[in-house]
Design a protein. Structure first.
Length: 436
């Protein structure tokens, strides 16, 4: 019923009002932070421990569907029908189709295939909505709202609910670092470097970004804390190297001092987490990774998307080496997104997936290096965020989770939109116009 009412309303508003389209883009970003509070799984398999448990429809899908419909009806001549990296996405989707056809349980694979198609719709939507003249400042609004939400939840869960490793709005605490590191660097750059922003909004933006850092620390994710620290330091180095402003240098020193002071205050629990992390967790990861390699070796096109958990549960060959996980009745997921992809889609599917995500990473870095504009600085922040996402993929499968996968394609679309802006000005200095 919500879809029946909201989609036509959002479509009509997006067709005729530029500002309304901008608000929807901000809401699109914010909706990724709502987790399971804003989705429904049709044909739900709640018992299944794979990456997808039904045909998921969420608020991001409804907003993107509304924007895409409005764009097709109102602005067909302005659209980029084949955005950057589309070929490799469809190549990846092609391997997904083959993997689904050959899967142990095709229905489980169809859950993921359905989400893959929606992810391309969201990416296409973000790239093209900027062709209609909306202000990039709407991105800032959505990211800032996410930072405020996550910071508020982190404070509540840590100091009122006294949760040791906070999950934020998500199912598990490990989701937060991969999600936050995609946004925090760009948001911090926006707050520190946008000359058009007044002092009040700058302070809110910087505090929102630093609140995201606190949120990661409150998860006590070891890799997340390390990569977040590298991102934060990298942003400060980047802006001071590019802008050489005494004011920025002073603020950067204050941020480092505040971060170090906060780290010292929480150091006892952080050190305890690094020293006393359960050995069974690392052993389980290794056992699942061995299973993933075996599946990739046995099946050229993999065991089928979203079928890893099924295979490791019902085929003794893939669990006979288990020790730490020997008593688990239901197998989980390999905590290594690249090995998981190889297991479910084969090494050829992994290669296409690797090319797809690497092209975004490299092109973002190249434009960030070439452009001396504010948009180039923002791309530098995205470049760092992409780097942390791909590095942590060696330890986690969280890129497959809907909040992170949706945010990844949204930020990829934002990166492509900024690249287009920079290309149109022939790499000349570029200000992102608009009001707050």
């Amino acid at each position: 019923m919500f879809a029946v009412v909201s989609v036509p309303f959002m479509t009509c508003g997006a067709m005729w009002f530029t500002r309304f389209r901008g608000w929807l883009v901000g809401l699109l970003i914010f909706a990724t932070a709502l987790g399971d509070k804003a989705n429904i799984n049709f044909m739900s398999y709640e018992w299944y421990r794979g990456t997808d448990r039904g045909f998921e429809v969420n608020l991001v899908d409804l907003i993107a569907l509304s924007l895409v419909t409005a764009l097709l009806i109102r602005f067909p001549t302005r659209l980029k029908w084949w955005p950057f990296n589309s070929f490799w996405f469809f190549a990846y989707l092609g391997f997904g189709l083959i993997s689904t056809y050959m899967a142990y349980d095709p229905l489980l694979a169809e859950f993921t295939l359905f989400k893959m198609a929606k992810l391309y719709m969201v990416y296409w939507c973000v790239v093209n909505v900027f062709q209609t003249g909306i202000s990039p400042r709407n991105i800032w609004g959505g990211m800032c709202a996410v930072g405020i939400l996550l910071t508020g939840l982190a404070l509540y869960q840590k100091y009122i609910s006294h949760i040791y490793r906070i999950p934020g709005p998500f199912d598990h605490s490990n989701t937060i670092p991969l999600y936050v590191n995609l946004l925090m660097p760009m948001l911090l750059i926006w707050g520190l470097c946008d000359k058009r922003m007044n002092s009040t909004w700058k302070a809110i933006t910087v505090l929102s970004a630093l609140g995201m850092v606190f949120t990661i620390v409150a998860t006590y994710s070891r890799a997340g804390i390390v990569l977040c620290g590298l991102c934060l330091f990298g942003v400060l180095v980047l802006i001071n190297f590019r802008l050489k402003s005494p004011r920025l240098s002073l603020i950067s020193i204050l941020i480092i001092v505040a971060t170090v002071a906060g780290g010292i205050k929480a150091s006892d629990k952080i050190i305890e987490r690094f020293k006393n992390a359960p050995e069974s967790s690392g052993a389980a990861r290794k056992e699942f990774n061995v299973s993933a390699k075996m599946m990739a070796k046995d099946h050229f096109f993999g065991v089928g998307m979203n079928n890893f958990s099924l295979a490791v549960t019902y085929f003794p060959k893939y669990r006979e080496h288990f020790v730490a996980m020997a008593n688990e009745e239901e197998g989980g997921v390999a905590h290594h997104v690249y090995l998981l992809t190889a297991a479910e889609m084969g090494y050829a599917g992994l290669a296409v997936f690797g090319i797809f995500i690497t092209r975004f990473f490299l092109m973002t870095g190249w434009y960030a290096w070439r452009s001396k504009s504010f948009a180039g600085l923002l791309l530098g922040g995205l470049f760092m965020g992409f780097g942390t996402l791909h590095l942590q993929g060696l330890l986690e499968w969280v890129l497959r989770q809907s909040p992170v996968s949706y945010l990844f394609v949204i930020t990829s679309g934002i990166a492509v939109a900024f690249m287009e802006m920079i290309r149109k000005t022939n790499f000349a200095p570029l200000e992102l116009a608009g009001r707050y």
